[in-house]
Ligand binder design. Structure first.
Ligand code: SAM
Length: 216
């Protein structure tokens, strides 16, 4: 088991995070013991952040960071942030109450997740709950993905913080060439951010672009 980024481990080409709740599986992932600790497999075809790491993105996330996570769903990827943020916190925003129920349950079993059932288009609704953070990550399949990200980063991201976003071409336009859709999204984001790194997420996710950003 080799640590390849803070709190992210690799063994036999698979990614892992150290399980902060030993014995707990969140979404049926496999558990692996190594030198007295338990690790949870982090599958690149279940999580766009894992796919980005597999494709060479250095996330730039430190284990003491606070992370605002937009599009938390039931908490699959949130749970891995929870593992790796040993001295940090993840604020997970999800607008579906149905999947959000699992997120709330997950948060009950871990000490560093704040589940927020809310609309990421309205960051003012949760501004009392979220502090300034070192990282904003967004995985929201909506037409206005770049605008939602910009709004939240402007409100919550520290000036020297890191922005991470998975852009899904199909959600913006199902008829246009994904590369054109990505160019347009990047152009919008570049008005406020510098692109530090980028990768497509194939073979794990089709027609997704993952960007690492910093405020200008
Ligand atoms: C692709 S899924 C996220 C998967 C999750 N990131 C993971 O890896 O476990 C996108 C999620 O974004 C949520 N979503 C869509 N629009 C939203 C909005 N405006 N505010 C908050 N959540 C939203 C959807 O309900 C859905 O659960």
């Amino acid at each position: 088991m080799k640590e390849i980024q803070p709190g992210i481990f690799s063994q036999n080409d698979n990614l892992y995070t150290k399980n902060q709740v030993p014995g707990q599986q969140v979404y049926g992932e496999s558990l692996q013991d190594f030198e007295g600790d338990e690790y949870r497999a982090w599958h690149a075809n279940r999580s766009k952040v894992a796919a980005a790491v597999k494709n060479g993105i250095d996330l730039g996330v430190e284990q003491s960071d606070d992370v605002l996570y937009l599009g938390a769903a039931s908490g699959t990827t949130v749970s891995h942030f929870s593992d790796l943020l040993v001295d940090g916190f993840v604020f997970g925003v999800e607008y579906s109450e149905t999947v959000g129920r699992d997120l709330v349950k997950l948060a009950d079993s871990r000490g560093n997740i704040a589940p927020i059932i809310g609309d990421a288009r309205k960051p003012e609704d949760y501004s009392d709950l979220v502090p300034e953070v070192e990282v904003v990550f967004q995985d929201i399949s909506q037409r206005d993905q770049p605008e939602i990200f910009i709004k939240n980063a402007e409100k919550f991201l520290k000036d020297d913080g890191i922005g991470l976003i998975a852009v899904k071409a199909q959600s913006i336009s199902s008829s246009r060439d994904p590369e054109d859709v990505f160019d347009e999204a990047v152009e919008k984001l570049e008005e406020r951010f510098e692109v530090l790194d980028r990768t497509r997420l194939e073979p794990y996710e089709k027609d997704h672009l993952f960007l690492k950003l910093k405020k200008r």
